[in-house]
Design a protein around this ligand. Structure first.
Ligand code: PEP
Ligand code: MG
Length: 574
């Protein structure tokens, strides 16, 4: 009997494949006294040998599916496993304390991890601490007789099922084999969902308990449009799935025809449709889907994909590649937005009670300004290769913007004094994602060149509802008049000063929000590449003056998210 589970639809599309559970098993160790230490040492050596073979196997597959560079981490793991000093200490602990192999291994590796983690000025050794923990998992799993998931060894079509996926887990998934993913937690704007859209993999998040419902190898259908997983589908389910997948493919083919068309409403109002990217590799999808610009380049992935801070030259190359790739079309680069759910192990950020409200983004950049200056220099040098716009994330106060801008001006002057050519037409703007900035938009508009509304955070902060927490996902209400009024305030403030206002949060590509945003006068819409063409298709059908009337009603008469949805439906009926 098939069974249905629903969650939050996070990325369009359909998939039908086997489950691959990316779930960490329980590796809790109990310390027990043993009669025969020699037998424990033998168990330990067998576990180490088994782990060694396993790592070699994973490495080989990882080279094939992800490339040599990504696979190198397994060399470090093999070295740790073979480390004679560590093995000697574990044997000593077994012999001297008369304890079981798993407890001795845990104890000794803990000592190494504590030692390495304390080396604050040696990020290389700090990373080795993370490697030891990884290796330990493998050895303990072998001693305890449980299986560990190895996502880099996936070499057949699967649907990944996980409690959650971090952005770096998501980045390691091989798109050729991973046909969809489904998680227990997360919301539409959690970064794993955003990554799924940029990878064009269907995804469902926030199902609550999918990981408990499915076992490895079980067949599932994923409907990323309705947010539905069908476990062990019947023949009839598969027929329905095939039909829907075909219809979706046809719709996509229709949208495809609009790839080189301009973005204009039915009454001729010109709008700009841009794409969001995380790495230069994502540019191809933006161009393939007819993007006219890049409205958000999330540069933090450059920092997250690396084992240490990317150098000025490495950053310069990445920015240049994107600017050149866009051929003179504008590229909005956001400076590093680390923090929240985007961690950076080598920066050694403190553990916080509320990371989304903590030390992150521009707050780190202003505090550790050497990191910020390196990024700005790389951007300024790259500016001659295209049409660059720089944007600061998480701005709450005008002072933060002024401080960031002053550092930018200093670096620009320094470079010019060194004889380095810098574009004179770089615009410098801010993300509006903190309600304080949205409310004070009229003051900001006098000093910034543009605004880009970051609704993913703007909604979470306005509603005080964590964007990662599915239990409060009902408060993700993009059409709530309170949110619409903040958005309208920002757009009007920009226009009053002759500036432009865009949006790079997920709402920009939301088909219910687009008519409202057109009516409110938003200039630029930046979204996941896969949403661009369907949005162009929708915009072509809208009459902008009718949408103004719709927006006016939504802003002034509606009292809830639902009422606004009903208004949109009424105003967009054919
Ligand atoms: C946003 O907050 O809307 C945004 C675009 O930034 P991010 O999703 O990276 O926080
Ligand atoms: Mg944000």
């Amino acid at each position: 009997m098939s069974k249905k589970i629903t969650g939050i639809a996070a990325s369009d599309g359909y998939a039908h494949a086997k489950v691959y559970r990316l779930i960490e098993p329980d590796l809790t160790v109990e310390k027990i006294k043993v009669e025969d230490p020699k037998a424990e040492i033998e168990r330990l050596n067998r576990a180490i040998a088994e782990s060694q073979t396993e790592i070699e196997r994973i490495r080989e597959i990882a080279v094939e599916s992800l490339g040599e560079e990504e696979a190198q981490v397994f060399d470090a793991h093999a070295m740790i496993l073979a480390d004679p000093e560590m093995a000697e200490q574990v044997e000593e602990a077994i012999n001297n304390e008369g304890i079981n192999a798993e407890a001795a291994y845990e104890e000794v590796t803990n000592n190494f991890v504590t030692l390495f983690e304390a080396m604050e000025d040696n990020p290389y050794m700090q990373e080795r601490a993370a490697d030891i923990l990884d290796v330990r998992k493998r050895v303990l799993a072998s001693l305890l007789g449980v299986d560990l998931p190895n996502p880099s060894t996936i070499n057949e079509e699967v649907v990944i099922v996980a409690h959650d996926l971090t952005p770096s887990d998501t980045a390691q998934l091989n798109k050729d084999f991973v046909k969809a993913f489904v998680t227990n937690i997360g919301g539409r704007t959690s970064h794993s969902a955003i990554m799924a859209r940029s990878l064009e993999i269907p995804a469902i998040v926030g199902t609550g308990n999918i990981s408990k419902e499915v076992s490895n190898g079980e067949m599932v259908i994923v409907d990323g449009i309705e947010g539905e997983v069908v476990i062990d589908p019947s023949e009839e389910d598969v027929t329905t799935y095939n039909k829907k997948a075909d219809e979706f493919a046809e719709l996509k083919a229709e949208w495809e025809k609009l790839k080189d068309e301009p973005t204009v409403t039915a009454d001729g109002k010109q709008l700009e449709l841009a794409g969001n990217i995380g790495t230069p590799r994502d540019l191809e999808a933006v161009l393939d889907h007819g993007g006219e610009a890049v409205g958000l380049y999330r540069t933090e992935f450059l920092y997250m994909d690396s084992q240490e801070l990317p150098t000025e030259d490495e950053q310069y190359e990445a920015y240049k590649e994107v600017l050149e790739g866009m051929n003179g079309q504008s590229v909005v680069v956001r400076t590093m937005d680390i923090g929240g759910d985007k961690e950076l192990p080598y920066l050694d950020l403190p553990d916080e009670m509320n990371p989304f409200l903590g030390y992150r983004a521009i707050r780190i950049s202003l505090d550790q300004d050497e990191i910020f200056r390196t990024q700005l220099r790389a951007l300024l040098r790259a500016s001659v290769h295209g049409n660059l716009r720089i944007m600061f994330p998480m701005i709450a106060t005008l002072q933060e913007f002024r401080d960031a801008k002053a550092i930018y001006e200093e670096e620009k002057e320094k470079l010019q004094n060194e004889g380095v050519e810098v574009s004179e037409s770089i615009q410098v703007g801010i993300m509006v994602e903190i309600p304080a900035a949205a409310v004070l938009a009229d003051q900001f508009a006098k000093e910034v060149d543009f605004f880009s509304l970051g609704t993913n955070d703007l909604i979470q902060y306005s509603m005080a509802a964590d964007r990662m927490n599915e239990q409060v996902s009902y408060l993700y209400q993009p059409y709530n008049p309170s949110i619409l009024r903040l958005i309208k305030n920002v757009i009007d403030a920009a226009h009053a000063e002759g500036k432009w206002a865009g949006m790079c949060g997920e709402v920009a590509g939301d088909q219910t929000a687009v008519p409202l945003l057109v009516g409110m006068g938003l200039d630029e819409f930046s979204m996941s590449a896969t949403s661009i063409l369907k949005t162009r298709s929708l915009m072509k059908r809208l009459d902008s003056s009718k949408m103004e009337e719709l927006a006016d009603k939504a802003l002034n008469e509606a009292t809830s998210n639902e009422e606004v949805m009903a208004l949109v439906e009424e105003y967009t009926k054919e």
